[in-house]
Each structure stands twice: as C-alpha cells, then as structure tokens.
Design a protein around this ligand. Structure first.
Ligand code: NDP
Length: 258
C-alpha cells in the first residue's frame, strides 16, 4: 500500500488519447494506482483494447470512442462516464498530432488541423469536463505539453505553437478555476519514442541531436511519466495548479553536455 494521498482508489479518470503511446501508459499507470480508467480516442479497436487492459488490471472501464475535434462526441463521453460512474475526478488530455515541414510550405489546412486537435481539442475537453468538475467542486486536469511548449523545435511550428498555447491555456484555466477545487497542470515530456514520432527519431540526425542534448543520453519511456501523472491526479496535488512538470532526462536544465 502506497501513501494514502497518492491512492486513486474510487476515482474515475478519463484519458483522451489514451489508446496509444504516452496516453496508454498513463491509463495503465492510473489504473495501477487504483483509479477506474476510461481510455479513449477515435479508433474503436484501440479503445476496446485499452479498456480491456484496464479491466485486466482489476479496475472498471468503459469503451467509448471520442474525437476531440467534435464537441458533441466529448459531451457524449462525459454523459456515458457519468451514467456509469456518477462523476469524473481526473482528466488527461493526451490527443495529439504533429507534422514536420518547413513553415513556408505548411498548407493552411494542416496548420489548422494541428491546432484543432492539440489546442482546441484540449480546450473542448477542459470545458466539457471542467464544467462538471466545478459543479462537483473537485477535479484534476492534466494536459500534455511538449518541450516545444518552452523552446523552438525545428520545422514543427504548428505543433510548437499549439503546445505553447496548451501551456498558456493550462495556466489560464488554473487561475480561473483555482477556488473551485479543480487543479489544472501540464506534463511536459522530453523525448519519448512512440508512434507519433518514431519516423522523426529513428536513425535520423534529429534523433541523434536529441540524444546528444539529453544529459541522460537516452529517450524516455512512456512509463517514466506515470509517477508525475499519478501525483498530479491525486489528492496530494491539492495546492499545485498551473504548474508545468517537466520529465525530460535533463534537457531543459542543460546547456553543454560534454
Ligand atoms: P500516439 O500517436 O502514440 O498517441 C496519440 C493518441 O491520441 C492516440 O490514442 C490517438 O488515437 C489519439 N488521438 C489522436 N487524435 C485524436 C482526436 N482527434 N481525438 C481523440 N483522440 C485522438 O502519440 P504519443 O503518445 O507520442 O503522443 C501523445 C501526446 O503526447 C501528444 O499530445 C503529443 O504531442 C505529446 N508528446 C509526445 C512526445 C513524444 O516524445 N512522443 C513528447 C512530448 C509530447 P486515435 O488516432 O485512434 O484517435
């Protein structure tokens, strides 16, 4: 048995973008910490598989797809989760897309699509679930930022602008909802190899540069975000809001590494 303030037993957690990569690792981790977890995303088979994993860990779940670009689907998700679990205490916003291209060449439609998922999608989920949490006078929202919330990364301007905006939105909501019992924080992962970025990292100069710039000289594993997420999702984070928690093997702390 761990520390009682870190125990998530009887809490309900919705993880949007919880069917792959970081979100799936967080869904498993929150379930291991005791929460009933609803991992969701657009692809039904992945939602069913992730939800079955939660059940296999001995927690309750629900398999319902959700697309953060469609507010009605986010509202339906809240409804279904409330019908089954009464209320939601924890929301993780992990849906994301990225495209690398020189900014002069990025089609406006692709720029908008990245904003639509990463920024507006996060806003939609924060508003739909945040309203419910404010009514319940309790909530923990964890948005997923990126190193590009803080520094520029080459040729991913739309992604970086969206993630810098996610960090800003996190702070704005944190102060608006600070007296409502709803804490809003962001996790800033360093470089983790997932489906999202495998092609950008594997055997590329960019991959080698990231390793050189990471004092620990390795990519992180999605599981290495779990402890930070469990903390932010728990009662122990009751006085933590508007914080960007960086988990990056030291990149943001480092200047020269050799
Ligand atoms: P993955 O591609 O492995 O996972 C993305 C998840 O988001 C999937 O579950 C996907 O399911 C879901 N998703 C995508 N679009 C939508 C949508 N419109 N509505 C609902 N769900 C959606 O990527 P990662 O795990 O790497 O990335 C997760 C988050 O972490 C992203 O926000 C990313 O920016 C961020 N991040 C990743 C880093 C890394 O190094 N990998 C570093 C820093 C941040 P489906 O496609 O079925 O909808």
């Amino acid at each position: 048995m761990g520390h009682p303030l870190l125990d998530l037993t009887n809490k309900t957690a919705v993880v949007i973008g919880g069917t792959s990569g970081i979100g799936l690792a967080l869904a498993r981790g929150l379930a291991q910490a005791g929460a009933n977890v609803i991992p969701t995303g657009r692809r039904k088979e992945l939602v069913q598989a992730a939800s079955a994993e939660v059940a296999a860990l001995g927690r309750r779940s629900l398999a319902q797809t959700c697309d953060v670009t469609d507010v009605a689907s986010v509202e339906r998700l809240l409804q279904s989760v409330c019908t089954e679990f009464n209320s939601v205490q924890i929301l993780v916003n992990c849906a994301g897309r990225i495209m690398r291209m020189p900014t002069l060449e990025v089609p406006e439609a692709e720029w908008n699509a990245i904003m639509e998922t990463n920024l507006n999608g996060t806003l939609r989920a924060c508003r739909v679930f945040g309203r419910h949490m404010i009514e319940e006078r309790y909530g923990r929202i964890i948005n997923i930022g990126s190193l590009s919330s803080l520094v520029g990364l080459y040729e991913v301007a739309a992604y970086a602008a969206s993630k810098a905006a996610v960090a800003s939105l996190t702070k704005s909501l944190a102060i608006e909802w600070a007296t409502s019992g709803v804490c809003v924080n962001a996790l800033i992962p360093g470089v983790l190899r997932t489906d999202l970025n495998a092609a950008l990292l594997d055997g590329t100069e960019r991959g080698r540069e990231f390793l050189m710039r990471t004092p620990m000289h390795r990519f992180g594993k999605p599981e290495e975000l779990v402890g930070a997420a469990v903390f932010l999702a728990s009662d122990s984070a009751s006085f933590v809001t508007g914080h960007l928690l960086v988990v990056d093997g030291g990149i943001m702390a480092s200047g020269v590494n050799q």
